[in-house]
Ligand binder design. Structure first.
Ligand code: DGL
Length: 278
């Protein structure tokens, strides 16, 4: 199939390991309400957090190839773990703009810190990659970066356990060491953490600014599309498409909480083995 030529009317492609990236879509919809979105959640292979970078990079290539087959004009890697493993590779390989969440998140964290003491929380894969650490120190060489994997926060958010004793105890276990390190900014380096934001804010206290890379990515996406003349100016409401690699039932069940509005139609697509020629 010949590649589709992107135009302002083309959709924005967003992918994630599952439903979590809908928190990023939420930010994109609020920033760019005229833009149609094709969202792919790799629910058959979630989670990416504990997997090795090579595997995540392969999955990310397949997700991007699928989105390109749907004629997207830009790709947002909403998943922090996939951004760490694959955003640079995709940006080098693809003809459309590719935005990960880590660079925008790091930029916002550097703008927010006064002391240079920055905490980062994320999946094991994200933290182990050192991608935030690297992006932060490139911008602010004297930054002291304290990174903490918080894997159990993902299932808590998916189960809706975002408050209450279980969530509080687990979150305190992860966050108390960061609090003791006197950080003044904490990067929520995982798609699921915005759901736990009120709890995290309570634990960290008012002196710690929380940075949501998804919101920063939406702002950056706006700028990228504008500069390339790819913003859709139309006043008619855009049509969105939600796609998952596993049966849509659970996606539909969880999507509302992550997106802030219900998702009724979900297409199922098996992207395994997808490549750019597909
Ligand atoms: N979307 C992932 C991230 O932001 C979290 C879920 C997973 O481990 O796949 O890193």
């Amino acid at each position: 199939m010949a590649p589709l030529t992107p135009s302002p009317a083309s959709p924005i492609g967003v992918f994630d390991s599952g439903v979590g990236g809908l928190t990023v879509v939420r930010e994109i919809l609020s920033r760019l309400p005229a833009e149609p979105i094709v969202y792919f959640g790799d629910t058959a292979r979630v989670p990416y957090g504990p997997k090795s970078p090579d595997i995540v990079r392969r999955y990310a290539r397949e997700a991007a190839a699928f989105l390109l087959s749907r004629g997207v004009k830009a790709i947002v890697v909403a998943c922090n773990t996939a951004t760490a493993a694959a955003a640079d590779t995709l940006a080098a390989e693809l003809d459309v703009p590719v935005l990960g969440v880590i660079e925008p998140g790091a930029r916002a964290a550097v703008a927010a810190t006064r002391t240079g003491r920055i905490g980062v929380i994320g999946t094991v894969g994200t933290i182990r990659s050192g991608a935030y650490d690297h992006a932060l120190r490139r911008r602010l060489p004297e930054a002291r970066v304290y990174a903490q994997p918080c894997p159990l926060l993902v299932p808590l958010a998916e189960e809706g356990l975002v408050d209450g004793d279980a969530a509080r105890l687990i979150a305190e276990g992860y966050l108390d060491p960061l609090r003791a390190l006197d950080i003044d900014v904490l990067v929520l380096g995982c798609t699921h953490y915005p759901l736990l934001r009120p709890l995290i804010a309570r634990i960290m206290g008012p002196a710690v600014a929380l940075v949501d890379p998804g919101a920063e990515t939406a702002a950056e996406l706006h700028g990228v599309l504008e500069r390339r003349g790819l913003l859709r100016g139309a006043a008619t409401p855009p049509a969105h498409l939600f796609v998952a690699s596993d049966a849509p039932l659970r996606f539909r069940e969880l999507a509302g909480r992550f997106l802030g509005r219900p998702v009724t139609e979900v297409e199922r697509v098996d992207v395994e083995g997808f490549d750019r020629a597909a």
